[in-house]
Design a protein around this ligand. Structure first.
Ligand code: SAH
Ligand code: SF4
Ligand code: F3S
Length: 444
């Protein structure tokens, strides 16, 4: 590893999107700190890095809004450097726009490790540096990272996606699927346990296909069995699961695991077989129902959460009713719900039967209403129970209180001393609401 260089200025990273990006931000931060930069608030930064998401139009809009603000500051502070990376930077039409806007550096998801070199080029007088690889290179291990001590950490187990769901930009921005070796993953987990982390979330776009195509013969169930044995960790989570690749062996492994948490995020996306087919998801509603049945039968108390899209091209009232019907049948513990958003370059962007915005809005409202009712009922059913939580830290909505998560990933808000952070404790659930659950530490 390189030695840290002489002090540079302050940097600030603006992070959008999923956990993959949060993890990448830790690596970008690590690379910059190795170069001598130090983390500062946005107002004091000489180097501003955008780590962006392009999964929906709204995500891109947010980024462009902030970029406008930052470029305005840059005009009054000529020495300031603006670097732009992440999923948006992989898209050629975005790069064209960034060129025109005068962004100093554009780098992609496959070459974020090059950021220090690109910075050097700007500092040695180049006007604008655009370096975006359109294909991934070898997986690079042992990059520095700013993962500071804490309770919970993300660990990548694989990168990219081969599924090409017809609505989704991710395979274009993150490239083909490739897995890290089990040895490297376990080593990182052991290191994190040594640093005091209690929980690790294993990350991949489709964790169920871990190891596919790799020379080492190890599937996701095998990896989880190894992970479960890492001393010092208390809990292991993973996301995202894909319904088409969820094997019986995997369900049994989760059931048998000691640290493997009883929570499976397994996006359904839509309830109609016709829509699922046009989405290229590779399963039917019947298969999904059977899967949920198996998970609930074999993993007692498992929570099942999902992502759902309304207004996919050609979605009729009957198709949408199928989504509502599935939500009623499955009764998800929680679901992220989205309006379909056209992504240029994906297959569904060319479908001619796009749905009007007001229809999508109306459907999203109906879906949310149903899902919120279900979540409320499920949360209320927890009242009076005593559950083990891992205390994360101060509550975001209620900073004088603490929050922790149950093994099933329910967030519980409660009052208690700060030295409980990082500990496993029992709390009694006092009130289950739609978006939050309240608890208290039992008197004895
Ligand atoms: N790899 C994960 C998540 C990918 S992105 C998976 O396969 O489930 C997270 C979620 O964003 C997806 O599950 C999907 O529900 C949603 N999403 C992706 N593309 C979208 C689009 N074009 N419009 C609306 N929602 C989208
Ligand atoms: Fe996108 Fe589908 Fe891959 Fe998930 S599995 S990242 S939704 S293409
Ligand atoms: Fe967004 Fe890229 Fe993640 S598009 S959801 S940041 S993989």
């Amino acid at each position: 590893m390189k030695e840290t260089k002489s002090p540079q200025g302050g940097y600030h990273i603006l992070t959008y999107g999923c956990q993959m990006n949060s993890r990448d931000t830790e690596i970008i931060g690590g690379l910059l700190e190795q170069e001598g930069y130090s983390k500062v608030p946005l107002e004091e930064a000489e180097l501003v890095v955008f780590n962006t998401c392009s999964v929906r139009h709204s995500a891109e809009n947010k980024v462009y809004g902030k970029l406008g603000e930052v470029m305005k500051i840059k005009r009054s502070q000529p020495g300031m450097i603006v670097a732009f990376g992440g999923c948006m930077a992989q898209l050629p039409e975005v790069v064209q726009k960034l060129k025109r806007k005068g962004v100093d550096i554009v780098f992609g998801t496959h070459n974020l490790h090059q950021l220090p070199v690109l910075l050097d080029r700007i500092k040695s007088g180049e006007n604008q540096v655009i370096e975006v690889w359109n294909r991934h290179g070898e997986i690079i291990e042992n990059l520095p990272s700013t993962r500071r001590e804490g309770v919970s950490a993300f660990v990548n187990i694989m990168y990219g996606c081969n599924n090409f769901c017809s609505y989704c930009i991710v395979p274009y921005t993150r490239g083909r699927e490739r897995s890290r070796s089990a040895r490297d993953i376990v080593r990182e987990m052991e290191q994190l346990a040594g640093e005091g982390f209690k929980e690790v979330t294993l990350l991949g776009q489709n964790v169920n296909s871990y190891g596919r195509g790799a020379s080492e013969i190890m599937d996701f169930a095998g990896l989880l069995q190894l992970a479960d044995k890492v001393d010092g960790l208390e809990r292991i989570r993973f996301m995202t699961s894909h319904p088409k690749d969820m094997s019986d062996a995997l369900i049994d492994t989760i059931a048998a695991g000691e640290k493997l948490c009883e929570h499976i995020h397994v996006p359904l996306q839509a309830g109609s077989n016709r829509v699922l087919k046009r989405m290229n998801r590779g399963y039917t509603r019947e298969h999904y129902l059977e899967l949920v049945h198996k998970m609930r039968e074999r993993i007692p108390g498992v929570s099942v959460t999902s992502d759902l899209i309304v207004g996919f091209p050609g979605e009729s009232e009957a198709d949408f009713a199928d989504t509502l019907d599935m939500v009623e049948k499955v009764r998800f513990d929680a679901a992220f719900t989205f309006m379909y958003s056209v992504r240029t370059g994906t297959r569904a962007a060319n479908f001619e039967d796009q749905i009007e915005l007001p229809v999508k809005q109306e459907r999203l409202m109906q879906l949310n209403k149903l899902q919120y009712d279900i979540a409320l009922q499920k949360n209320q059913a927890l009242e009076g129970r005593t559950l083990e939580i891992l205390v994360d830290g101060p509550s975001k909505t209620n900073p004088e209180r603490l929050t922790g998560r149950t093994r099933t990933n329910h967030i519980v808000i409660f009052s208690g001393p700060k030295d409980l952070i990082g500990q496993l404790i029992n709390v009694k659930i006092t009130a289950g609401k739609t978006f939050s659950i309240f608890g208290e530490i039992p008197a004895d």
